[in-house]
Design a protein around this ligand. Structure first.
Ligand SMILES: [Zn+2]
Length: 340
């Protein structure tokens, strides 16, 4: 028996119409004994039909999705859709308001704590609500990310291989429908994918057609990334059967390059602590063995820099933003064309 959530809301998910309200997570502190963390949620519903859930701000310093979903909350009307669209613009609100990856309240990473805990720290309680209250209502789920402060990404939408061929085929169809410039398949991720507490993994385990994506990074806002998300989420609503094609999506035909991350050797880690000098830019094509960069020791300048090299060939889709590194930091990773 699942423990009930302590989060309450003024939004009735079964009610037709447009509601923009809050998820109230009790949080008692000195300045507010009966206080709550108020996480915004919008529910736009028009009769029976599929339910699509969008979340952004799972990591607070990833902004393209937060911006695109704020625009969607304001623009989407019940008459535009059939079924239901639920939008959470800033899932880990304390992190989003602080502009940080993890919550300043509990250091919680909302993409690492699923299935969460109703009586746990704020981040764990939010995860538990999404998993036990929202996911059971949902047919399609898209969690919008970016590289955060420490990483820059070439904007892409993505799916993760689930091990369920039927679900993977439906996710691939949704990814193609989203029509990003790059559609990426995570066959491997550095932190072992589905088992590490990401919302995406929890949704896939519930049989939901699930997409992700990294639409920029560096703690900034990519204009291209916002545009890709804005267009893509409407394409996805059409694909899900929530929205009729409006003609706009036809003006920009899908030219999606499908790519994949196949193994751990697609990632380059810093071999030492110091100041990392990169040798490649985002979107560059590299060969296995090619130097990726070198680490300098500014406190000991006569020491020779420590080089690091790519272990696979492919396109650089991710690059570390910060110059300073610790040993084990990811400084770059690759993707290659999808082989199916
Ligand atoms: Zn993220």
């Amino acid at each position: 028996m699942t423990q009930p959530t302590r989060i309450f809301t003024d939004v009735d998910y079964e009610q037709d119409g447009k509601q923009v309200g809050w998820l109230y997570l009790p949080y008692s502190v000195t300045r507010s004994a009966y206080g709550n963390i108020s996480i915004p949620v919008a529910c736009i519903k028009n009769g029976k039909g599929p339910t699509v859930l969008f979340t952004a701000g799972t990591h607070g310093d990833e902004y393209e999705g937060q911006i695109a979903l704020c625009k969607l909350v304001r623009s989407l009307q019940p008459g535009d859709i059939r079924g239901r669209v639920i939008i959470v613009t800033a899932a880990n609100l304390p992190a989003a308001m602080a502009g940080t990856r993890v919550s300043p309240l509990d250091e919680g990473n909302l993409a690492r704590v699923f299935p969460g805990d109703p009586d746990g720290t704020p981040t764990r309680a939010i995860a538990h609500y999404i998993d036990t209250v929202l996911f059971p209502k949902v047919d399609f789920y898209h969690d919008l990310h970016a590289g955060g402060s420490s990483l820059d990404y070439v904007p892409f939408a993505s799916m993760r291989k689930s091990g369920n061929p039927e679900l993977d085929a439906r996710a691939m169809a949704a990814l193609r429908a989203f029509a990003p410039p790059i559609g990426l398949v995570w066959a491997h991720s550095l932190d072992s994918g589905l088992s590490i507490g990401a919302a995406i993994g929890a949704a896939i385990r519930r049989g939901i057609v699930t997409l992700g994506g990294e639409f920029g990074g560096g703690g900034g806002v990519s204009i291209t990334g916002v545009r890709v998300v804005e267009r893509g989420i409407r394409n996805l609503l059409v694909h899900a059967g929530c929205m009729a094609p409006d003609g706009k999506s036809k003006e920009e035909p899908a030219q999606t390059r499908l790519m994949e991350v196949r193994g751990q050797d697609y990632f380059v880690l810093a071999p030492d602590a110091g100041l990392f000098e990169p040798f490649v830019e985002l979107s560059e094509n590299v060969q296995a063995g090619q130097p990726c960069g070198q680490i300098h020791f500014v406190d000991n300048p006569a020491r020779e820099p420590v080089p690091t090299a790519f272990r696979a060939s492919g396109m650089v889709v991710c690059k570390r933003r910060f110059g300073r590194v610790e040993r084990g930091d990811c400084v770059a990773h690759l993707a290659t064309d999808w082989k199916g």
